[in-house]
Structure formats: structure tokens, C-alpha cells
Design a protein. Structure first.
Length: 171
């Protein structure tokens, strides 16, 4: 069974240099992908006719705000500058070919909202609309630090110093 924590979002500005990696949306708490259809609904003398119309797809995410997070900044920059953004919804579990299953789309950022509750962390929420339709595929294995973000492994006493995630490993 697929767990929600196994899905992450990567984004990339459309003017990023060739070969650049996707940017992780830091502190991601929720994300969703939706596909909807605008039905054609007509009445005739013989009754109702219903058919498929145009599909529309979107991605939404919520993350705790983090100053300087490159993924969050890319989304905010895209809407401010009225630029497209590339979005990948990625399963962090590898498939049988040793790659990450993913859904990709060129998108327009519809909205970004920052909320600042008195009793919690700042939240950043965004909705991006897909241009055309998404494409399914897979991507090369992601760097370990991206998948292991906010996780750590076992350490021997004296192996590192400092607080997570800024600890320094010994020689």
C-alpha cells in the first residue's frame, strides 16, 4: 500500500540551466494531484446527453515555511514573474528498473498563500495548474540526502558533533 510520506514534489524553473537537479519542496506536509473533467451536458427532446469535455489537472501542496528554501522560492518566483514551472510528483520508492516513478507537468502557479498562526509554524500553500496534460514516466535515482531529508541513521558515540541537521562528522 502506498504511503503518503513516500511521495515528494520536485519543482524547477523553466529558465534553469540544462542538467540542473529538481528542487525539493522543503518541509512538505501535504501534497495532492487532481484531475477533473468538464462534462458536456446537453438537453434534447429525448432526454439528457452527457459526454466528456476537457480535462484539467492540478497539483497542490502545503509546507511549513522556511526562509531560503529553494523549492518554495521557485514556486513563489514563478507566480510573481508570471513564468511557467515544471513539477514532478515523485515516488521515493524505486521501481523494478531501479528508477523513481513520477508524474510530470509544465504548470502555471494559480495561487500561493502564506499563513502565520500565533500558535504554530508558518504554512505555505500553493496550487499549480497543469498546461495540457501530465506525463507519466520515471526519473533516475535521487540523491540520498534528498530522500533521507529529515532522517538520520545510527551513530557511534563521538561520531559527530552539533545538532541535527547541522551536525559535523568527525574524521
Amino acid at each position: 500500500m502506498q504511503q503518503g510520506k513516500d511521495t515528494i514534489l520536485l519543482v524547477q524553473s523553466t529558465d534553469t540551466t540544462l542538467g540542473a537537479e529538481g528542487l525539493l519542496i522543503g518541509n512538505l506536509t501535504d501534497n495532492s494531484y487532481a484531475i477533473e473533467n468538464e462534462l458536456i451536458d446537453e438537453a434534447t427532446k429525448f432526454g439528457r446527453i452527457v459526454g466528456y469535455g476537457q480535462n484539467s489537472e492540478s497539483f497542490e501542496f502545503t509546507a511549513y515555511g522556511e526562509t531560503g528554501d529553494p523549492g518554495q522560492k521557485a514556486v513563489l518566483d514563478a507566480i510573481k514573474n508570471k513564468r511557467q514551472i515544471k513539477v514532478w510528483e515523485v515516488d521515493i520508492n524505486l521501481n523494478d528498473q531501479g528508477r523513481h516513478p513520477a508524474v510530470f507537468g509544465y504548470c502555471i502557479v494559480e495561487s500561493v498563500e502564506r499563513s502565520n498562526p500565533q500558535d504554530g509554524f508558518q504554512e505555505v500553500t500553493a496550487t499549480v495548474q497543469v498546461i495540457g496534460q501530465t506525463q507519466e514516466g520515471d526519473i533516475a535515482p535521487l540523491p540520498a540526502e534528498m530522500i533521507e531529508f529529515a532522517r538520520y541513521g545510527f551513530e557511534e558515540p563521538g561520531e559527530s558533533t552539533g545538532e541535527f541537521p547541522d551536525q559535523t562528522a568527525g574524521a
